[in-house]
Design a protein around this ligand. Structure first.
Ligand code: R5P
Length: 285
């Protein structure tokens, strides 16, 4: 096996290669004067199993194209390609909410499988996006890693901002060994939500709010405010994918003591590495 770390997942790709004890592939990337991307694989890969690790996070289009070019070049050289996309950008448009909308989660899948033979991601926003692939497609769950990273740090209750994140929060709570509950969320528009913790008993609790994605931060900020107003002792926040658009991180840190994320997107908050999770899945696949 040989692992190629794309531009968006440089460190994570390297960690996966180290964990697997295999070679880190070499590829040359440059831009033509007009801005077009050029990719050249420089390692010998014929007959090998090549793993490309590349999140399609911001800049989404550039990262996606790099992944496609790299995978295609590897296939041309005779490698069998596994696309590891720790954060699957374009995944949130997982169906046509209105007639005529492109289902980007499916469009990306269709293009990836032109050159990849297998696909692996981490906590996709909706599990059913895996069914858009006709090649074997799997997802790994970062919840236990998040829970373990908070062990011994005094968290007494894990809260999901909405029912959609309940399963993730339950996984975190299980690994942490504490209670779990979820808020009721209503989305008013992009970045605008109202959250209700009326049902929950949060008084005096040291709460860990967990979500799959933090994008604008609207969901987490509203949830943290609501939980504080209802008497929580402290609030920490964790997510799998720190999209963190604009000043989202600052807004979250204004209402929470701490913000921790995994490295599916490499940010300064990405203190939990999913490398072992990915490596383990690849080893057993
Ligand atoms: C929604 O269903 C997701 O789980 C996240 O709660 C959402 O994507 C977060 O977005 P934002 O940070 O913009 O509220």
């Amino acid at each position: 096996m040989i692992v190629f770390a794309g531009s968006s997942s440089k460190r994570l790709g390297r960690e996966v290669a180290e964990d697997l004890g295999c070679e880190l592939g070499r590829a040359r990337l440059k831009r033509f004067p007009d801005g077009e991307l050029y990719v050249k694989v420089e390692s010998e890969v014929a007959g090998m199993h090549a793993v490309v690790v590349q999140s399609t996070c911001r800049p989404q289009d550039e990262n996606l194209l790099e992944l496609l070019l790299l995978s295609d070049a590897l296939r041309d050289l005779g490698a069998r390609v596994t696309a590891v996309v720790p954060y699957y950008g374009y995944g949130r448009q997982d169906r046509a909410f209105e007639r005529g909308e492109a289902v980007s989660a499916r469009t990306v899948a269709r293009h990836l499988e032109l050159s990849a033979e297998r696909f692996l991601t981490v906590n996709p926003h909706k599990g059913h996006i895996l069914s858009y692939f006709t090649i074997p497609a799997r997802a790994v769950d970062a919840a236990p890693l998040i829970g373990m990273s908070f062990r011994g740090r005094g968290r007494s209750l894990v809260v999901a901002p909405d029912s959609g994140a309940k399963a993730l929060a339950e996984g975190v709570a299980r690994a942490l060994g504490c209670r779990c509950d979820y808020c009721d969320k209503k989305r008013l528009g992009p970045g605008r939500v109202v959250s209700s913790a009326e049902r929950l008993s949060v008084k005096g609790e040291d709460v860990l709010i967990v979500d799959d994605i933090i994008d604008s931060g609207g969901t987490i900020v509203e949830t943290a405010r609501e939980i504080r107003e209802r008497g929580a002792n402290s609030v920490a926040v964790a997510c799998v994918h720190p999209v963190l658009t604009g000043d989202a991180a600052e807004r979250v840190l204004a209402v929470a003591e701490e913000l921790v994320a995994t490295n599916t997107i490499e940010t300064r908050f990405s203190r939990i590495s999913v490398a072992s999770l990915i490596a383990e899945e690849l080893r057993s696949w």
